[in-house]
Ligand binder design. Sequence first.
Ligand SMILES: [Zn+2]
Length: 89
Amino acid sequence: MEGIAVGTLILILLWGSASLVFAIITAMLASIRHRFAFGWFIVGLILGPLAIIFVLMCGHKYICPYCRQPVDPIARICPSCQKELIPAK
Ligand SMILES: [Zn+2]
């Protein structure tokens, strides 16, 4: 019985640390793509590796806040209006 309990505890700890790593990676990816990093951190905690796939899929939908034109998610300067793009906080 005790062995099962320890095994379960190790499994929970492993799962917890793995989802924390996925959450950090997701938040970093979100941040460089001008996304709300903390929100994506929470998504990463819940979904794990799926959140990384989601943040990569959402990446191409970034809209310039100045001219409303779609821009490359990792661009620093908007190609349409030449404004500097600041990552969303
Ligand atoms: Zn623009």
